[in-house]
Design a protein. Structure first.
Length: 217
């Protein structure tokens, strides 16, 4: 893959990506999150409801010698299991019990990877997760649902080696207007959830090959 350009949207103008920092409850756990999509980075920079303008930081990442786990190359169930490790989609007893079983079956050991690449779990993801665990979504439409969610692909920098290969191009720091791009962020989510609900309620959703049947295999 070589050198790639990535963007990080943030409310903060000054950032120093540091190994060991971050929140364990983010999509892939603790790490520094970036995207190849400049437009999405602008939206993510102002996704908080605080009327504050944001910033997009531009980086170059040298991927040579790095071990990358790409969830796009795996069955979507493995991606869902990874998110369930870190994020709570629902507080019901059923969800907690079944999510644990699901992780045991489909969870991936990510400890040996420098970078994790995969979809970003925005608000529309939680709609999918809750409906999936409730057996309201057929496995056959899961990939299509995620495409409708327009979640975007992100990179999570995990290892000390990966951090050492990440360089900010500081002269290309970009200021993001809150009103313009927060509206785009919200509209993307509204549109995604409408399209997803329409698919879930359509005849394409047979509701026969569902979440609970995974444990019968």
């Amino acid at each position: 893959m070589g050198k790639i350009i990535l963007y990080h949207g943030s409310p903060d103008k000054d950032i120093v990506p540091t190994f060991g920092f971050g929140d364990d409850k983010h999509d892939y756990g603790r790490g520094f999150y970036l995207t190849e999509n400049f437009g999405l980075a602008k939206e993510w920079a102002v996704c908080r409801p605080n009327d504050t303008n944001g910033w997009v930081h531009k980086y170059e990442l040298d991927t040579v010698g790095l071990k990358i786990l790409d969830f796009q190359k795996k069955d979507v169930l493995f991606w869902l299991a990874e998110l369930m490790k870190h994020r709570d989609a629902a507080g019901s007893k059923r969800y907690r019990m079944l999510a644990k079983k699901f992780i045991e079956k489909y969870g991936t050991d990510t400890s040996g990877y420098d970078i994790i690449k995969g979809w970003r779990a925005n608000a529309s993801y939680f709609y999918i997760a809750k409906e999936f665990v409730r057996d309201n979504i057929d496995l056959d439409i899961l990939d299509e649902l995620l495409a409708l969610g327009d979640l975007g692909i992100q990179y999570c920098i995990k290892s000390e080696l990966a951090y050492s290969k990440l360089y900010e191009i500081k002269e290309e720091l970009f200021s993001v207007n809150y009103e313009e791009f927060n509206e785009k962020y919200n509209q993307r989510d509204i549109t995604a959830r409408k399209n997803m609900r329409d698919l879930v309620n359509s005849d394409a959703n047979k509701v026969t090959n569902v979440f609970s049947t995974l444990f019968e295999r």
